[in-house]
Ligand binder design. Structure first.
Ligand code: NDP
Ligand code: OXD
Length: 308
């Protein structure tokens, strides 16, 4: 019985050490090394290529190195019936809340406009918007979105939240699926925390941008495929949107000729809103391996039907 680690961005060593310390009898292979494929019971993965899991006929569980599992579920060859386990917070929520709050402060304090004025050498004080008039709309009120909504509310912003099912979060006005229009109409800074599923793919499109107040800004730290890129560029060019802070993209790394790189109203970061740290997340993975070994129900089981 063994585990195979696959990631092109996470260093395997801290994971190997943590797993070995907790489960010394479980061989830990780092792809492209996998030992006997028939012996592989667990994979610990970030963005495995489509078809990759097909080679392990006796897999018992797939453990994600991230909170979002869209890349894992996108594999048509993922063995049916086995659990896919995602990270639940595991140190990510604090980082995500900080990034989201940074974006809100940036746009609320009109830094996107000052950056344009600076390029033109213009000294032009702009009228500030009172904090209590800068409504922040958080799409997705799960583990990460709810924490960010609470954090942004603690800074004095009126916060609205939107999720598939109704939520109650102190200090946050919560809307559910059917109230999207009302939620958008009030939102000055839209922050996306949705998982990427068939229902949310392309949700950030021209139709949605048109429902925001003119000049609203976008912080997308969920997935690139939530955005229709051409619609976002058009909304920024027309002034319907004032600016966008983007951490995630359809293709990563973002291709060098993509218009986002040079658009004066876009800030690009390289998928770093929250970075999984073995020092914070390994305990959760190990707890799940112990549970699986004991035949107990693991934590963070993804609803494969819903896609998150
Ligand atoms: P959760 O599964 O805990 O929360 C998802 C939320 O989205 C829930 O509130 C859910 O509603 C809501 N939702 C799902 N589908 C819909 C829909 N069709 N309409 C409305 N609401 C919907 O996820 P996390 O908070 O843990 O993570 C969110 C995402 O953040 C991840 O999937 C990942 O893509 C992204 N991420 C990005 C990182 C980065 O560095 N950029 C780092 C970590 C995560 P309900 O509560 O009703 O089910
Ligand atoms: C995640 C991510 O889903 O880093 O954890 O994007």
């Amino acid at each position: 019985m063994s585990l195979v680690f696959y990631s092109r961005t996470d260093a395997p060593e801290p994971w190997r050490e943590a797993v070995h310390a907790a489960l010394p009898a479980l061989p830990f292979h780092v792809w492209p090394e996998a030992g006997d494929p028939a012996a592989v019971r667990y994979t610990l993965v970030w963005k495995p290529p489509a078809g990759w899991h097909r080679q392990f006929p006796n897999l018992k569980a797939v453990l994600s190195l991230g909170a979002g599992v869209d890349a894992i579920l996108a594999d048509p060859d993922l063995p049916p019936g086995i659990p896919v386990l995602r990270l639940v917070d595991a140190g990510l929520s604090r980082q995500m809340a900080e990034y989201a709050a940074y974006g809100v402060l940036h746009f609320h304090r009109r830094m996107h406009e000052y950056s344009l004025l600076q390029r033109q050498g213009r000294w032009e004080p702009l009228t500030p918007l009172a904090t209590e008039d800068c409504r922040v709309g958080v799409m997705g009120l799960g583990v990460l979105g709810a924490e960010a909504a609470r954090f942004i509310a603690s800074l004095g912003y009126p916060v609205l939240g939107w999720s598939r099912t109704p939520k109650r979060i102190p200090g946050v006005t919560c809307y559910s699926a059917e109230d999207l229009d009302r939620f958008l109409a009030q939102t000055a800074v839209l922050v996306n925390f949705l998982p990427l599923t068939p229902a949310t793919k392309g949700i950030l499109d021209a139709r949605l941008f048109a429902q925001l107040p003119a000049g609203a800004c976008l912080v997308n730290l969920a997935r690139g495929a939530h955005v229709v890129d051409a619609d976002l560029v058009a909304a920024l060019d027309s002034g319907q949107l004032g600016g966008a802070l983007l951490d995630v993209f359809h293709e990563e790394p973002l291709s060098t000729d993509h218009p986002f790189w040079t658009h004066p109203r876009v800030i690009v970061t390289p998928h770093v809103a929250a970075v999984t740290l073995a020092s914070e997340a390994a305990a959760q993975v190990i707890a799940n391996l112990h549970r699986l070994e004991r035949g107990e129900q693991p934590l963070g089981v993804v609803d494969r039907e819903a896609g998150y």
